[in-house]
Design a protein around this ligand. Structure first.
Ligand code: MG
Length: 394
């Protein structure tokens, strides 16, 4: 089998104003997906997603990188030699030019996932099976997320998640810390024993405010406290991890196994690799293995679209250290319309997909009818408070 071509599918669905949500990562205006399809000479192809967290930029960069930079290095190669291709593209192209973090690694992620999808299809095996799984019959998911709102609105959002079957609900914090504490406590009180609570600061708090919010999370028995402070303050992650019993989580904005090591060393308890961003499936597995070496959890990040959720489901299914998986529960047609049949789900759990490879199929007419038109997906995120760290070291 040989690679013959690469196609890129860029898709978007604007969010109606009344359904838009806001957090420290900005206000979401549109849902977007960037998929890379790798074609072979055996009438088989594979599709992989890349995602970029919360930033907003021209998605056509994915098309440019995939077709102009990576395609010439892929044509004619055996798509089943995934590790060898990854090494050539990462070390041969990215590290010396585009960089070992960021959009280049995200596009490499999409290509690597597409190769795994293609391999699974050629073997007639689901991806989690090729990865040695399943480790469990199903994976618990949490509803992401209760966005910034007043107390009544936050409680209303959380109750809607319970009605949808979620047994775990994440709250976006990272705004005014006192108001955030009141929202967390109100939501925890409203859901009672029906659901567990998680919180996400989207990198927005100072160390001091993160510690205060973290104490409140301990009080409600929260599962984890995600991205409490700016990503560059690795020392601060260690400072918080030492002082809080609630585990600190980080990873949606980290790339490759090497990006995670400093946070592991700092004492972070939950790693959140996203296959569509971290460097692909094998790279996310390496992050999961690092977590196992240090007896930590993984809780894969996923938000963009159904392909991203699906590939991270395969990761979660085949990994011993899986704690829980994120599922976008906001307005998002890319979770429902982008694929031909929805992922199997029951009682707040996702079940193993049954088809070969990723086990899902692109709804091509819908994707074609919703082609990316260059709209911005999100407004600017919060700028964190910088400085003042030493006074908190006593
Ligand atoms: Mg997050």
């Amino acid at each position: 089998m040989r690679i013959t071509d690469v196609q890129v599918h860029l898709v978007e669905a604007p969010i109606p104003i009344e359904r838009q949500v806001e957090s420290g990562a900005g206000r979401k205006l549109s849902r977007q997906a960037a998929l890379v399809e790798v074609l072979s000479d055996e009438e088989l192809s594979g599709i992989g997603p890349c995602s970029f967290g919360s930033i907003s930029f021209d998605l056509s960069i994915v098309d440019s990188l995939a077709r102009n930079v990576f395609l010439p290095l892929l044509v004619g190669r055996d798509p089943r030699a995934i590790g060898s291709i990854w090494h050539d593209l990462y070390y041969g192209v990215l590290v010396r030019s585009l960089g070992n973090r960021g959009v280049g690694v995200a596009v490499l992620s999409a290509i690597e996932i597409a190769l795994w999808d293609l391999k699974g299809r050629s073997l007639g095996q689901p991806l989690y099976s090729l990865l040695g799984g399943p480790m469990a019959p199903r994976v618990p998911v949490y509803g992401s997320s209760v966005y910034w709102d007043d107390i009544n609105g936050s409680v209303r959002q959380a109750r809607q998640f319970l009605q949808q079957g979620y047994q775990s609900v994440k709250i976006k914090v990272g705004a005014d810390v006192e108001a955030d504490i009141q929202r967390v406590e109100a939501v925890a009180s409203a859901v009672g024993s029906s659901a567990s609570i998680l919180a996400d600061g989207n990198l927005s708090y100072s160390r001091r405010d993160a510690l205060r919010l973290g104490r409140a999370l301990e009080g409600v028995g929260a599962v984890f406290f995600e991205e409490p402070i700016p990503l560059d303050d690795v020392e601060g992650y260690g400072w918080l991890a030492q002082r809080l019993d609630v585990p600190i989580a980080v990873g949606e904005n980290l790339y490759t196994r090497w990006g995670f090591v400093p946070y592991l060393d700092a004492g972070v308890g939950v790693l959140q690799p996203d296959c569509s961003r971290v460097g692909g499936i094998a790279e996310a597995r390496r992050v999961a293995e690092l977590a196992e070496v240090r007896h930590r959890w993984i809780a894969p990040h996923t938000f963009s679209d159904a392909f991203t959720l699906c590939v991270n489901l395969h990761l979660a299914l085949s990994t011993a250290s899986t704690l829980i998986l994120e599922e976008d529960a906001t307005y998002n047609p890319l979770m429902t319309e982008l694929i031909e049949t929805p992922l199997p789900k029951e009682d707040g759990y996702l079940l193993p997909p049954t088809g070969p490879g990723l086990g899902i199929a692109l709804n091509r007419p819908w994707a074609e009818a919703h082609r990316y038109r260059g709209e911005h997906a999100v407004t600017l995120g919060s700028v964190p408070t910088i400085g003042g760290a030493p006074e908190h070291h006593q």
